[in-house]
Design a protein around this ligand. Structure first.
Ligand SMILES: [Fe+2]
Ligand SMILES: [Fe+2]
Length: 252
């Protein structure tokens, strides 16, 4: 657990070491403002108990008033039912995914506490601080949001900015970090057009820390700018000049 920003009334905590075994390393984030907490992308069943005990070491369960789900993937939302059962929180999820989430086994008693995020995004008041649920569609999910915390100037970028296998939690050197990000971005992110929309959006935000859901986070405007410039120039999956998929088993 790392505190990545702190003032007397505001704290941003990263849980980076709760994944285990064959599961992809995933970060869980928590924003606390005036004693009210928002949990971001809490993860699946194996993370659930560990995160609950780590998080309740910092704030009481009654402080969990908001849970944010960036998209529908299992490393984000598989334990939604448990979180809604043990807290009184309101959760937020793209309107596109609302009817799919009950397949994870979300109880009828708590499903109404998941609020659909409209495509254009919304703000959520966390203890008096307005957290921005920012559209970032197709990066990589069709209904995908990020969280901008204007107090800490942290952009929680979800799967965008992911690195896998880097032996550190904060990026020390951008160029040396690129190989940990490149394969994921080229396969999981769809296209330059989707990235360009995000780049144009982020240009209007004051971002000091970029904190993804997997791997190391970026501290400082310089590193954040390096990342934005890099991702704006990469070739994503659909940018390749290919018009058909191979047919497995067919003669070449
Ligand atoms: Fe994902
Ligand atoms: Fe993810």
């Amino acid at each position: 657990m790392i505190t990545i920003f702190e003032t007397p009334e505001h704290r941003n905590v990263l849980f980076h070491d709760l994944s285990e075994g064959s599961m992809v390393q995933a970060n869980q984030h928590m924003i606390i403002h005036n004693g009210v907490a928002m949990l971001l992308d809490p993860g699946g069943h194996k993370t659930y108990m560990k995160l609950f005990s780590a998080a309740t070491g910092l704030v009481a369960p009654s402080a969990f008033q908001h849970i944010f789900f960036s998209h529908q993937d299992p490393d984000i939302i598989a334990a939604a039912n448990g979180w809604l059962m043990v807290t009184d929180a309101t959760a937020y999820l793209s309107a596109l995914w609302m009817r799919f989430i009950p397949h994870f086994g979300v109880d009828e008693l708590v499903i109404n506490r998941i609020r659909p995020i409209p495509d254009e995004g919304m703000t959520v008041d966390v203890g008096g601080a307005p957290m921005v649920l920012l559209p970032a569609h197709f990066l990589h999910s069709e209904g995908n949001f990020q969280v901008y915390d204007p107090v800490a100037k942290i952009l929680y970028s979800g799967d965008l900015g992911t690195s896998l296998g880097a032996p550190y939690t904060a990026v020390p050197d951008f160029d040396a970090h690129v190989p940990y990000m490149k394969p994921f971005h080229e396969r999981y992110m769809p296209s330059r057009r989707a990235v360009a929309r995000w780049v144009n959006t982020v240009a209007r935000l004051d971002v000091e820390i970029l904190a993804p859901q997997h791997g190391a986070y970026f501290v400082g405007r310089d590193l954040v700018r390096r990342y934005v410039d890099w991702v704006a120039g990469i070739d994503c999956y659909l940018d390749a000049d290919v018009n058909a998929y191979p047919i497995p088993g067919a003669p070449g």
